[in-house]
Write a protein that binds this ligand. Structure first.
Ligand code: PNS
Length: 158
């Protein structure tokens, strides 16, 4: 069984993330969407449990996608769930620089691990969780940037 993991901080999940999840899930038997801790984004806008709820709502219809979370290292979670394939999306040069180093450190920590990159679809390549958080901060609509399944959850949560 081909299993891959799609890690992120998903604060919150966007339609760009969902696009990558849908495309990647077609190439594997099982895709694990993993909510992990990014120390560079320490505080977080939504709580871990809110983010998990949104991930579950947004991926509910995707049969071979499961959601999990960990407060440890990605490589350790990967041993637990039995995969050595990481999927990441790349929108631009900034993502590329960051993700290249992430891929290298993860491979350094466990040489069995490989990271496979999917380029973001052009129509989603400017969308980020950061912009969604900023729009929410200024009480603006986020409906066009997050999966429809989580719009009402976000409105209730804020
Ligand atoms: O969506 P993000 O914020 O770009 O995702 C980054 C994330 C959470 C996948 C990354 O920070 C991560 O893997 N965190 C877990 C700790 C870890 O394994 N770090 C890499 C090796 S030091």
């Amino acid at each position: 069984m081909k299993i891959a993991i799609y890690p992120g901080s998903f604060d919150p999940i966007t339609i760009g993330h969902i696009d990558i999840i849908k495309r990647a899930s077609k190439k594997v038997d099982k895709l694990i969407v993993a909510l992990l801790y990014n120390t560079e984004k320490s505080k977080g806008f939504f709580s871990i449990s809110q983010r998990l709820s949104m991930l579950n709502l947004a991926t509910n219809e995707l049969d071979n996608v499961i959601v999990t979370s960990s407060n440890g290292l990605l490589v350790d979670l990967m041993k637990t769930v039995g995969t050595n394939i990481i999927i990441k999306g790349v929108r631009n040069i900034k993502d590329f620089e960051y993700e290249k180093d992430m891929a290298l450190i993860n491979n350094n920590l466990d040489t069995n691990i490989e990271t496979f990159f999917l380029f973001a679809s052009p129509k989603y390549s400017f969308i980020s969780s950061t912009f969604v958080r900023e729009l929410l901060y200024f009480n603006k609509d986020i409906d066009n940037y997050v999966p429809s399944e989580i719009v009402s959850f976000i409105k209730k949560a804020r």
